[in-house]
Design a protein around this ligand. Structure first.
Ligand SMILES: Cc1cc2nc3c(=O)[nH]c(=O)nc-3n(C[C@H](O)[C@H](O)[C@H](O)COP(=O)(O)O)c2cc1C
Length: 251
C-alpha cells in the first residue's frame, strides 16, 4: 500500500506514479489527519510511505500519523522522500520509527522535486519546475523497480552535516519558522474557500468568507501555493514570489 502526505502535490504525484508502476493502492493520509481519525490499514504488499522533507526529516505530522496508525499485514516499509535538494540524515529517525512499529526498514529514496518553501526560499519558475519534474521521473521509476523486486534502497550518506541538519536544525526550524499567525489575505481574496479545502491539517476555517488560520499549522504551503488569486501572503516574505504546486501526473 502506498500512503502519502503532500502539501503542494509533489509527493502525491510520486505516490500515484509509483502505485501505478507497482499496481498498488494509494491512501492519502490527510483524510485521517484532517478528521483526527486513527487509520486502521492492512497491506499484503510492502508499505510505501511517500512524503515531503521538512527540515531534513519526515514531517512531524506524518511521523505521528504512522506512529498512531494500526498497520497490519506486510512488515516491509519503504520511504520515498521528495525534497528541494536534500533529505539530510532523515533515514536515522525513520529507522527508529520502523523499530517502534515493528516494521522492517527498506530504506529512503530521495526524489528531488521543485522547492515549495516560499516562506524562506524561492520556488522555481514554471519552465524550470517542469524540467525538475522531468528529471525526477527516472528516479521515481528506479524507486518503483526496487520496490517491486523487493530490494532495499541504496543507503543514504550519513555524515556530520546530515547529523547537524536532521538532529539539530530540525527542532530549531519547528520552533522558529512555523508561525501560522503570519498568514493573511490581501484584497485579492474572493472567499472561494479553496485554501480551507486544501489545508492538510484542517487548520483553516472560513469566517465572513475569509480564511482564518488556527495554531495547528505544519507550514505545508498548500494554502498559499494553491490560491488561484495569489491572495495569501506570509508576513512580507512571500510578496511578489512565484507560487508552486505540482499539477502534473504523467503516470
Ligand atoms: C516546511 C518545509 C520544510 C522543507 N524542508 C526541506 C528540507 O529540509 N530539504 C529539502 O530539500 N527540501 C525541503 N522542503 C521542500 C519540500 O520538501 C519539497 O518541495 C517537497 O517536494 C514538497 O512536497 P509536497 O509538494 O508533496 O508537499 C521543505 C518544504 C517545506 C514546506
Amino acid at each position: 500500500m502506498v500512503v502519502f502526505f503532500s502539501g503542494t502535490g509533489n509527493s502525491e504525484y510520486c505516490a500515484r506514479y509509483i502505485a501505478k508502476l507497482i499496481s498498488d493502492e494509494v491512501i492519502d493520509s490527510s483524510v485521517y489527519i484532517r478528521s483526527k481519525q486513527i487509520a486502521q490499514l492492512e497491506s499484503e504488499k510492502p508499505w510505501v510511505f511517500v512524503t515531503p522533507t521538512y527540515a531534513w526529516q519526515i514531517p512531524k505530522v506524518f511521523k505521528s500519523f504512522i506512529r498512531q496508525s494500526a498497520l497490519t499485514g506486510n512488515k516491509n516499509a519503504y520511504f520515498v522522500m521528495t525534497c528541494g535538494g536534500s533529505v539530510g540524515g532523515a533515514a536515522s529517525g525513520i529507522l527508529q520509527l520502523c523499530k517502534e512499529k515493528g516494521l522492517h526498514f527498506k530504506g529512503v529514496s530521495a526524489v528531488v522535486m521543485p522547492e515549495n518553501l516560499i516562506t524562506m526560499f524561492k520556488a522555481p519558475p514554471k519552465e524550470e519546475a517542469d524540467r525538475i519534474v522531468e528529471k525526477a521521473i527516472p528516479v521515481i521509476e528506479k524507486t518503483a523497480k526496487l520496490i517491486s523486486e523487493g530490494k532495499c534502497f541504496e543507503k543514504q550518506k550519513y555524515n556530520f552535516l546530515s547529523f547537524v541538519q536532521s538532529e539539530m536544525s530540525n527542532p530549531l526550524f519547528y520552533k522558529a519558522a512555523i508561525k501560522p499567525e503570519k498568514f493573511h489575505t490581501t484584497d485579492k481574496c474572493v472567499g472561494c474557500g479553496l485554501c480551507e479545502q486544501k489545508c492538510v491539517m484542517g487548520n483553516i476555517t472560513m469566517q465572513d468568507s475569509k480564511p482564518q488560520w488556527g495554531s495547528n499549522c505544519t507550514q505545508c504551503m498548500a494554502c498559499i501555493s494553491c490560491c488561484p488569486q495569489q491572495a495569501i501572503e506570509y508576513g512580507k516574505s512571500t510578496k511578489d514570489k512565484e507560487r508552486y504546486h505540482c499539477k502534473a501526473f504523467k503516470g
